[in-house]
Design a protein around this ligand. Structure first.
Ligand SMILES: [Zn+2]
Length: 163
């Protein structure tokens, strides 16, 4: 067996996957050839690296470091996303908003009744284009401001994430 034949059989030799006569011929050549022994050593180290890689598991210190890193991530996401309350929540907020709306409407009606302001004349003083523009602005604000307020809490593609 020459070097080229030996090298072509070395993989099977290392993996114990060659017929007995090939094995013994390879062994005989390896005893006489330093170059092929070096190639064999390289094959062996590769096989060893692969098999030890497959069995690799995190050590105790690596597991601890990973757990610490995960805990850090949880803490950071909790800090980065505090429970946001951009609008009043609960009964108190509802009562305050209702009272404010009532006071506003009552004030306007009282001023109208007392003759301080004249709402029909005030409305007539606007031209239709200005009224249409006002309507568009109101629709825009009431539609898109809530979207913008809540956008920080969910991606704009509509997907929601846990946590
Ligand atoms: Zn050789």
């Amino acid at each position: 067996m020459n070097c080229r034949e030996c090298e072509s059989k070395l993989a099977g030799y290392v993996l114990d996957d060659a017929p007995e006569e090939v094995r013994s011929a390879c062994a005989a050549h390896l005893r006489t050839c330093a170059s092929c022994r070096e190639t064999l050593a390289q094959y062996m180290s590769i096989v060893e690296a692969i098999s030890s890689e497959a069995e690799a598991a995190p050590s105790a210190s690596e597991s601890a470091a990973l757990a610490l890193a995960l805990a850090q991530v949880k803490l950071e996401s909790a800090v980065a996303h505090p429970v946001a309350a951009p609008v009043p929540q609960g009964f108190l907020g509802f009562v305050l908003a209702s009272a404010a709306a009532f006071v506003l409407v009552a004030t306007v009606l009282a001023l109208q009744t007392l003759g301080v302001i004249d709402i029909p004349a005030f409305a007539r003083s606007f031209n239709p284009a200005a009224l249409a523009l006002t309507f568009v602005i109101i629709v825009f604000v009431t539609s898109f401001v809530p979207i913008a307020v809540t956008a920080c809490r969910r991606p704009l593609n509509g997907m929601t994430f846990m946590g």
